[in-house]
Design a protein around this ligand. Structure first.
Ligand code: C2E
Ligand code: CA
Ligand code: CA
Length: 491
């Protein structure tokens, strides 16, 4: 008897009826009915279960079809657009550099026409996988359609990094790709749009697409930036980098000298070596326009070496000629100091130019010595042991504290131009300058004031017992021959 029926009989009629023979046949009849119903119920349950599995699977498939490219399995255009919008929304809260790249395969039509769509399809799948391997997990690669791919680069440390990623991808396609027994050489034209505040997702795509056409015009296998203001900057920094490499090789740098004057005598006692770049087409370029990028890219190490050698060479000549010059000041960048070979390089140059080390002075900024104290201390100490003097450049703009200064192996302080600028009419600047000079003297340090442009400034500095000054009031930085002429005048 069906267990449900048993339970019902017990409940309604009482347990005694279950064993009553008069009711047995009747119960059996109903029991069959119960069994029948039960079977139906089970069948129905199973059917429902199967159904929901099928629905899920079908949904997944639909979802995939809607958001992923059926050939390559990459994100498709629709999902990419959604993701781009989402990223742009997030940018308002979490500011970061992003860039959109538009890839168009060069000569894909030829592959399709000559080898057939089958090979063409396999090639696209392979390419998708190869690009995917060279991007980071925060980036999104999508197939835009046909032979076009789009790439969203997120979380770029600096916008210049997109050139590195592109070049890395291009490198992957340097050699032919094997597809079903064929060897195919693949290259792309790539357009890059670096995100700028206010751009919409569709503008980003449109700009990258426009840049891609520019890349095609430049010749295949190349990339181009959408040249908005930021784009122009990236482009020029990329160009700048190549130009700098060439400049180093061709020794395009020249060194100018700005006189350092002893206030008590009015005589030139030193020179600061200041580099300029004599660009073959663009003419003279100021250090502020190429030193920062040279520091970033590490070119400053080679440029600094060329400047040091030239400065020591010229100084040796002026010392020999007896102009009474005591100091040749050369600016140092932190990249140079950090270099292991730095000390050896300095020694080599002193030997080569036969300049006595006591004539050489290195200028370092406060920030270098403060930030890199542990690293640079040893190097600065060694330089000092060699007999070279050290000065703190742009003093007052960093965070030096008096106690720190005492610990540093330095001989001289150069008060930054910003304090000198208003010294004739700002009581505060006079007070600060006075304090810096008094403090330096108590520490046994010499003081030089930078950027002196007027007689009134010089007068105050004299009253404050500042030892030396530098500035347009006496002379701008000038080429070596003009500097020598100034020396001759005072002999
Ligand atoms: P800096 O070391 O503070 O050099 C002083 C700068 O102030 C020089 O600019 C100089 O021409 C300018 N100057 C001097 N007197 C006056 C003045 O009276 N008025 C005004 N308005 N400016 C004055 P410059 O030559 O353009 O150099 C700029 C910066 O580039 C330098 O600042 C230095 O930080 C860097 N630099 C120059 N040459 C080298 C180098 O060989 N190596 C490294 N690492 N940096 C260098
Ligand atoms: Ca300097
Ligand atoms: Ca300075």
């Amino acid at each position: 008897m069906h267990r449900l029926l048993k339970r019902q009989i017990k409940k309604i009629l009482g347990e005694a009826y279950l064993s009553d023979m008069k009711f047995q046949n009747f119960f059996q009849l109903i029991s069959d009915f119960y069994d029948e119903k039960d079977k139906e119920r089970r069948l129905l349950e199973n059917a429902l279960e199967i159904n929901s599995l099928e629905v899920n699977e079908a949904n997944d498939k639909l979802q995939k079809m809607a958001f992923y490219d059926s050939l390559t399995g990459l994100t498709n255009r629709k999902l990419f657009e959604e993701e781009l919008k989402l990223t742009l929304n997030q940018l308002q809260r979490n500011k970061r550099n992003i860039a959109l790249l538009f890839f168009d395969l060069d000569n894909f039509k030829t592959v399709n026409d000559t080898l057939g769509h089958d090979i063409g399809d396999s090639l696209l799948i392979k390419i998708g996988g190869m690009i995917q391997k060279r991007i980071r997990s925060c980036d999104t690669l999508a197939r835009w359609g046909g032979d076009e791919f789009v790439l969203l680069l997120d979380e770029l440390h600096q916008i210049e990094d997109c050139s590195l990623i592109v070049e890395n991808i291009q490198k992957a396609f340097k050699y032919p790709i094997k597809v079903k027994g064929h060897e195919l050489q693949v290259s792309f034209s790539i357009g890059i749009n670096v995100y700028e505040e206010g751009q919409s997702s569709s503008e980003m795509i449109k700009n990258a697409d426009m840049a891609m056409y520019k890349a095609k015009e430049n010749g295949k296998n190349s990339y181009a930036f959408y040249t908005s203001e930021i784009g122009k900057k990236v482009l020029s920094s990329v160009k700048m980098n190549t130009a700098l490499l060439k400049a180093i090789e061709n020794h395009e740098f020249i060194v100018m000298y700005q006189p350092q004057i002893e206030i008590s005598t009015g005589k030139i006692v030193g020179a600061e070596a200041l580099v300029r770049w004599m660009h073959p087409e663009d003419g003279l370029i100021a250090p502020n326009d190429f030193i920062p990028i040279s520091e970033e890219k590490g070119h400053i190490i080679e440029i600094g070496k060329q400047v040091l050698e030239q400065a020591c060479y010229d100084m040796k000549e002026w010392v020999t000629k007896g102009y009474g010059l005591k100091t040749m000041a050369v600016n140092l960048s932190v990249k140079q100091i950090r270099q292991k070979e730095f000390i050896e390089m300095v020694k080599d140059i002193l030997v080569k130019t036969k300049l006595d080390s006591s004539y050489l002075e290195f200028e370092v900024t406060e920030t270098i010595v403060m930030k890199e104290y542990e690293h640079t201390f040893h190097t600065l100490d060694t330089l000092r042991d060699l007999g070279i003097t050290l000065s703190i450049d742009d003093f007052g703009t960093g965070y030096s504290s008096l106690s720190y200064l005492k610990k540093l192996p330095i001989d001289k302080i150069k008060i930054d131009k910003s304090f000198i600028d208003d010294i004739s009419d700002d009581e505060n600047d006079v007070a600060i300058t006075k304090a810096i000079i008094a403090m330096s003297h108590s520490l046994g340090l010499n003081v030089l004031a930078e950027g002196v442009e007027e007689e009134s400034q010089l007068k105050i500095l004299k009253e404050l017992k500042c030892e030396k000054y530098q500035g347009y009031y006496f002379s701008r930085p000038v080429p070596a021959d003009e500097f020598e002429a100034l020396l001759k005048e005072q002999k």
